[in-house]
Design a protein around this ligand. Sequence first.
Ligand code: BGC
Length: 397
Amino acid sequence: MKKAMKFVVALGLVAIMGVSVIGCGGNGGNDAVDTTEVVDNDDANVEETGETDDGADVATGDQTVGVSMPTQDLQRWNQDGANVQEQLQEAGFNVDLQFANNDVGTQVNQIENMIAAGVDVLVIASIDGGALGTVLGQAKDAGIPVIAYDRLIMGTDAVSYYTTFDNYGVGQVQGQFIADALNLANEDGPFNIELFTGDPGDNNAHLFFNGALGILQPFIDDGTLVVQSGQTTFEQAATADWSPENAQNRMEAIIASHYADGTVLHAVLCSNDSTAQGVIQALRTNYTLPAGADWPVITGQDCDIANVPLILEGYQSMSIFKDTRALASAAVEMVQAILSGGTVPVNDTEQYDNGVIVVPTYLLGVESVTIDNWVEWLIDTEYYTWDQLGVNESDWR
Ligand code: BGC
């Protein structure tokens, strides 16, 4: 039933640079910040680059890249911060890496400081994509190019490029997974489903939700799927800060009101692994699986270290693997091209309209990961080690 669906939407391949195995939360902190030597903005776009043995551009000057990440609370951003920092440093750049504690004001201040220090390029994963217009206006005035990282920055013409995964495609894979797992095309149901997505300020959350609902909405409309809670809009399904605790609290309230009387819950759409963690925690402690019922189909995204055991134990049905090493590589290639006056790699110049401009984008593909193929994607690609996951190789090979 749960056949592994390989869904490759890569529109081009980004070479994965040599990156050591990624650790869980805690690495890639606020260390290794070097803002002491910065390049005059006037020189920012004409700094000379050298060549490595493999022909890649390496910065030869004292160029600094400001990297602004949303939070260290979620594994995703520690990992991305570490990857981007490491790959930029390998390419010869100084890096000013900051995490903003999921606080918009902090992120704005950090970016202001980077601008004042004269960074040559900004790479920003925004907390609230619509809240950076003013500060990015300052970046534009200072001639500093801005790369939106993973999350689109909205409502400004000061964002130069964007690199991300196919976010709408992520939602489609999640929705299709549920449709296949419940055999919605052939079964009348009704099947009960609840919907959990991410932070409203994150443009990606809207894309994930819309992608999934693009698949699931027809089944809701014809009654094959029923949302017992009635919470079907994006706003109702949203999870502030993508926080596991917020998802857990909402799931507990839904269980108490709609599934405490033996009603079967067949599926929960979770837009990512942190929301899935909260939902699974709520279900494990508050939902009594009715006799004969299967554990609900539960989706996720990111293949977080904490979620791999949940997949292996059957609590979470799938996750989406997004190789964050490749995203870091894409961002670094953009930085190199911008600063050397080269052609910036993009493969989508239509989809990512931020309300003011269509931002030239480099999109990467995603993979659906299940208990059937996780070794191939998470171990064989050296994304994680067996030790990191606390899993015995001999149990799975
Ligand atoms: C990212 C997801 C992540 C979520 C919460 C989104 O913008 O694309 O990979 O799970 O933020 O950090």
